[in-house]
Design a binder for this molecule. Structure first.
Ligand code: RM4
Ligand code: MN
Ligand code: MN
Length: 435
């Protein structure tokens, strides 16, 4: 018996045992849905195969309990270091069959032994997705503070320090097999007049070009925009326009990353997605949901129709044979009141659901309605796909790939969290914070 609880508590036998219970019902639900879809000319197995091939990366910072600016309420058995984070990520991967890679965040996940981290990933069958740099916080011992910015700071030595950190992230990512660096900076202003907008953007381009120049040939730079926070008046890369401008200025390996929570409420994100696809600069997503601001809530928990409409644009782009569409799908959520493992599993499944529903859209019919300006039927064509209960497809995709029909139920019976609580003494950190 291995000492690793991810291996011990969530092994293939436990998954199969749990699947035995749900299997008969699933077979008949699947058969029935297959018949319904067949009437509209859709082969259910085609959709199931596509869902099974869907992948989304887990953010290492997502498996710890999140918090607000006011407080953090840590849960028992939280991972205390990157190795334990990988253990939790492997549970999510095994149970959902949808999350084969982890996205790391440095220096939060920094370790002296990258070879051991890579070996740990191999043992747990986890790869490493885009690496994320962090120049929005100071860390002990660093020479310069990021209080007034990093890549856009007025002082060249602060900018150099921030560039150097990004180059280090690339080196660490290379050792782990990552192929992208996600660049999100909190730089901006809290007061009108605090910062010269034009000069700050010019400094950004200058610093980012140094990071870009250090990218290995097969790497991409993912530029993430965010409307506000921590800069509450003006953020340097605040919208997809600034992000696209930066990507186009930097070069062909620079792409825009859309974090769903980084927009004003009601913004038409699916349209932003369409524009970035048109510009050939859509690089990936940080999926989450929100009600009021950058709430970092579970994907699809507030507005599943919006999530569907975003996937609808992606499927449409594939249908139109848009070349070179290669997207880094990642979750980016803060789990303040739920077990992060359960939230992340549920979120990965919500993405698969939106994807499956989008695949059901009758695109030829939609095209026709759009051409004829048949507004009601066009809208209904999307709604019909969205309101189809694709649960049996998602469950069958998991069953066929050796994952759990019901990941949350299987996780709860596994005793994994309790085993972690016994091995990982409770965290003392009760303060506020983003993670
Ligand atoms: C930011 C942004 C970044 C994430 C940090 C933790 O708001 O979404 O992607 O790395 O939060
Ligand atoms: Mn993000
Ligand atoms: Mn965010």
């Amino acid at each position: 018996m291995t000492g690793n609880p991810a291996v011990t508590f969530v092994d293939q036998r436990a998954i199969e045992e749990s699947n035995t219970k749900g299997r008969a019902h699933l077979e008949s639900d699947y058969q029935r849905l297959g018949e319904v879809l067949d009437r509209t000319g859709v082969q259910i197995d085609t959709i199931t195969r596509a869902v099974a091939a869907f992948e989304v990366a887990i953010p290492s910072w997502g498996v710890g309990t999140g918090g607000t600016r006011f407080a953090r309420f840590p849960m028992e058995g939280e991972p205390r270091n990157v190795f334990e984070k990988l253990e939790d990520c492997s549970v999510i991967a095994k149970l959902t069959g949808a999350t084969p890679r982890v996205s790391l965040h440095f220096p939060w996940d920094k370790t002296d032994d990258l070879a051991a981290l890579k070996a740990c990933g191999d043992e747990l069958k986890l790869g490493f997705d885009a690496v994320n740099s962090n120049t929005f916080q100071d860390r002990a011992g660093q020479s310069h503070s990021y209080k007034f910015g990093s890549l856009t700071h007025t002082d060249a030595s602060v900018r150099e320090q921030a560039v150097a950190h990004n180059l280090e992230c690339i080196r660490m990512g290379q050792a782990l097999g990552s192929k992208a660096l996600t660049l999100w900076i909190g730089d901006g202003a809290n007061f009108p007049g605090q910062q010269n907008f034009s000069r700050a953007f010019e400094r950004y381009l200058d610093s980012a070009s140094k990071v870009y120049a250090a990218l290995p040939a097969d790497w991409r730079l993912l530029i993430e925009h965010k409307m506000y926070e921590p800069a509450f008046y003006a953020t340097v890369i605040q919208d997809w326009g600034s992000s696209l401008l930066a990507a186009q200025t930097l070069g062909p390996k620079a792409f825009c990353l859309v974090d769903l929570g980084h927009h004003a409420p009601n913004v038409n994100i699916e349209m932003i997605v369409a524009r970035l696809i048109h510009a050939r600069r859509l690089g990936g997503f940080h999926f989450n949901d929100s009600k009021y601001g950058d709430d970092d809530l579970d994907s699809g928990s507030i507005d599943p129709y919006r999530l569907f409409l975003i996937f609808n644009e992606l499927v449409d782009a594939t249908w139109r044979k848009t070349p070179d569409l290669s997207l880094a799908h990642m979750l980016d959520q803060s789990h303040n009141v739920t077990d992060p493992i359960e939230s992340l599993m549920t979120s990965a499944i919500e993405l698969q659901r939106a994807y499956a529903q989008s695949l059901l859209v009758d695109r030829r019919a939609l095209d026709g309605y759009q051409e004829k300006n048949d507004v009601l039927m066009a809208a209904q064509t999307l709604k019909r796909a969205f309101t189809t209960d694709v649960q049996p497809i998602l469950q069958m995709a998991r069953l066929r790939s050796g994952a759990a029909i019901d990941p949350v139920a299987t996780y709860r019976t596994s005793g994994y969290r309790a085993a972690c609580a016994a091995r990982r003494p409770a965290s003392k950190s009760l303060g506020g914070g983003i993670v």
